[in-house]
Design a protein around this ligand. Structure first.
Ligand code: HEM
Length: 233
């Protein structure tokens, strides 16, 4: 069992399972951030939501550790798979194109490792900006009171951050790459865990791409909207 998990098929399964874990987080995180589109109307609700998550304490830390373990497993298996491919085919093919028919080679599938690297950098910058950014040490300027409870004013930080065109640009590019990464990842993860059905596989392929688009678009719209609509906040 141990040996088979380390094999290339085993690695793909681990990569898919860790990918599903992060996909679940991404859907929840994207939906949790959509209320920001309501701008100032969402201040208290957004801060209260984030405060509720933080007040979960040990449970939140546990979920964060599980997610971190999933991310590390995903990166580790990706490195293993790329190395394995290089060993198997040291000289690159001249032309990369879809083999046609049932082949699913796309821009997304060929650029997984590159989009993945950019997304990894994005996540590190993103967590530093928000989770460990202004207000994380209880600074007064980033404190708000909702229903008599003092909490971090994360809404203010998000609004301020997305007034910076460099950050919004970086964000927008990262979200396009997220869409590209997921457009291949979701469908491919089902394949890797052995799901195949002549009727449902094509549905899953299209469904995976639609879901990838919705997730990326849901994240993309928030910073762009705040940048253009939030100048006077
Ligand atoms: C509209 C886009 C996004 C907004 C406004 C946003 C906002 C935030 C905020 C405010 C936090 C800090 C939460 C807190 O400290 O309580 C956070 C955490 C986080 N975000 Fe995002 N995020 C966005 C997109 C993304 C994307 C695309 C990813 C992954 C590819 C991501 C991954 C994370 C992770 C892993 C955390 C840390 C969660 C934790 O440790 O509890 N976010 N995000």
């Amino acid at each position: 069992m141990t040996a088979s998990l380390w094999s290339s098929v085993g690695k793909k399964i681990l990569m898919s399972l860790s990918g599903f874990l992060m996909l679940g987080f991404l859907i929840g995180h994207m939906l949790g951030n959509l209320p920001l589109l309501q701008m100032e109307t969402s201040v208290d609700a957004y801060n209260a939501y984030s405060h509720f998550l933080v007040s979960l304490g040990g449970l939140l830390v546990l979920v964060e550790l599980i997610l971190l373990a999933g991310l590390l497993l995903h990166v580790w298996t990706a490195i293993g798979i790329v190395r394995g491919k290089k060993r198997a085919r040291p000289v690159k093919y001249h032309k990369l194109r879809s083999a046609g028919g049932t082949s699913r080679q796309t821009l997304g599938s060929r650029t997984m490792i590159y989009t993945g690297i950019v997304l990894l950098v994005f996540v590190v910058v993103h967590i530093k900006t928000f989770k460990y950014g202004p207000g994380s040490q209880g600074e007064k300027e980033y404190t708000s009171v909702v229903n008599g409870v003092e909490m971090r004013d994360l809404h203010k930080l998000v609004m301020e951050t997305f007034q910076d065109p460099v950050y919004v640009g970086f964000y927008a590019i990262a979200m396009v790459l997220l869409g590209l990464h997921l457009s291949h990842a979701i469908w491919s993860a089902f394949q890797s865990i052995g799901f195949y059905h002549p009727r449902y596989t094509p549905v899953l392929y299209t469904g995976g791409r639609v879901l990838a688009f919705l997730i990326a678009a849901g994240f993309f719209i928030v910073p762009v909207w705040i940048y253009f609509m939030g100048g006077d906040l």
